[in-house]
Design a binder for this molecule. Structure first.
Ligand code: COA
Length: 169
């Protein structure tokens, strides 16, 4: 089955994606899922061209300067064990090239996967508001904020000699 990596989440519609958030007791709806894809700074979608469905995706959110976070990576159960997850993760790390910090939270059994891709174990903290596991009613209503198509990692420390209009200090 031909799988294509895409970064045009704004061209997907909710009918293309079902079955994600496997095992979540109160999963976001396909519409809410689409809203979070479209509002992420950076998203890569593995799209099954034959069946016209999203087979997997990864999202990243950033401050556009130093820090990036990868909140979600998932491949539908029927598409697992074909290299799609590693491929998505490789692609998102490439898109985030230039960020000083790239962080994520994961279960212990996933740590080797991320270590094999250059990440290091660390201590972390988290908060989960389970009443909003499927999404807050007022979130994601305004549509995509920034198209991810032209997302490029910023250079936080540009060389002043190559900056056309250096800031006036
Ligand atoms: C984890 C996940 C994205 C892997 O995607 P996939 O396309 O099935 O990955 P593949 O099996 O083709 O890739 C093989 C690699 O993934 C690792 N892997 C796959 N499933 C894994 C699992 N359940 N636990 C730990 N590692 C796993 C393999 O060990 C292998 O790692 P290596 O290349 O470093 O040796 C997928 O199983 C998934 O969506 N799981 C549910 C959501 C989830 O746990 N996401 C991660 C959030 S931190």
């Amino acid at each position: 089955m031909p799988i294509e990596n895409r970064d045009d989440a704004w061209q997907i519609d909710a009918a293309h994606q079902n079955g994600f958030f496997d095992g979540w007791p109160n999963p976001p709806s396909p519409k809410t899922h689409l809203a979070l894809l479209q509002n992420s700074d950076c998203v890569v979608i593995a799209f099954d061209l034959d069946r016209d469905v999203v087979a997997g995706y990864v999202t990243a959110v950033t401050d556009h300067v130093l820090c990036a976070c990868i909140p979600l990576l998932e491949v539908l159960p029927a598409y697992r064990r074909q290299g799609i997850g590693p491929n998505l993760f490789h692609r998102v790390l490439t898109l985030l090239d230039g960020f000083y910090m790239v962080d994520l939270q994961c279960d212990e059994h996933m740590q080797t996967f991320y270590e094999n891709r250059g990440m290091h174990k660390s201590r972390g903290m988290m908060l989960r508001r389970y009443e909003y596991q499927s999404g807050h009613p007022s979130h994601g209503q305004s549509g995509p904020v920034t198209p991810t198509k032209n997302f490029t990692a910023p250079n936080p420390f540009p060389d002043p000699s190559t900056t056309a209009n250096p800031p006036v200090t």
